[in-house]
Design a protein around this ligand. Structure first.
Ligand SMILES: [Zn+2]
Length: 201
């Protein structure tokens, strides 16, 4: 029997990647980061938006981390419009005209305008007061390690794991977390797979 195309994931399981452009520019359910987080975390752009459900789950996660003595987190980015993402992408392409031409071999850090899951409002770039740079070393800090071990309990996955670059087309990003809900996040974490593998895409 011919294999059907993978079922289109929706809602918190919406798949956005090199093969699946984001189907909207501004989803419903966005609220400002300042409204959700208050002073619990450092906000680079408090007026920036985030999906309410994802934001509330992230806040529970940050409170739990703090209760365990982990340093204060810093949200550097959450929702981005397609136009804003396209600016980031074009800046990369100006530096390197071949950037993103073969992402499964040479994975990227910035996606084209219509292919960033930041546009869903479900993705957060989470750094910390102790480590404000988005690089590999963040994953070795106490804050980065705590997220890697515990984020699934709050419905988040490390979206671009080390070793899955040939599937995601994106470099290892220990700061980029994606809300998928507790059930999916727990299974993804336990099986050590990425979202594409979980969805059979
Ligand atoms: Zn990100």
């Amino acid at each position: 029997m011919a294999r059907q195309t993978a079922p289109r994931a929706e809602g918190t399981l919406l798949l956005v990647n090199w093969e699946n452009p984001v189907p909207f520019d501004r989803p419903e359910g966005l609220v400002t980061q300042a409204e959700i987080f208050g002073d619990e975390v450092v906000l680079v752009n408090g007026e920036g938006s985030v999906n309410r459900e994802a934001g509330e789950a992230a806040k529970r996660m940050f409170l739990a981390a703090r209760a365990e003595g982990i340093g204060r987190y810093k949200i550097s980015s959450a929702y981005r419009s397609i136009a804003y993402q396209e600016k980031l992408w074009q800046a990369r392409r100006r530096q390197d005209p071949c950037y993103g031409d073969d992402p499964y071999t040479n994975p990227v850090k910035a996606m084209p305008g219509c292919m960033s899951e930041h546009t869903t409002g479900l993705a957060l770039d989470i750094l910390s007061e102790n480590h404000e740079t988005a690089n590999d070393a963040y994953g070795e800090t106490p804050e980065g390690r705590w997220l890697a071990e515990n984020a699934h309990r709050y419905g988040f996955i490390l979206r671009y794991p080390e070793g899955k670059e040939h599937i995601t087309g994106v470099i290892y990003e220990p700061w980029h977390y994606r809300y998928v809900g507790v059930e999916a996040a727990t299974e993804i974490w336990e099986r050590g797979i990425c979202l594409e593998e979980y969805l059979g895409a």
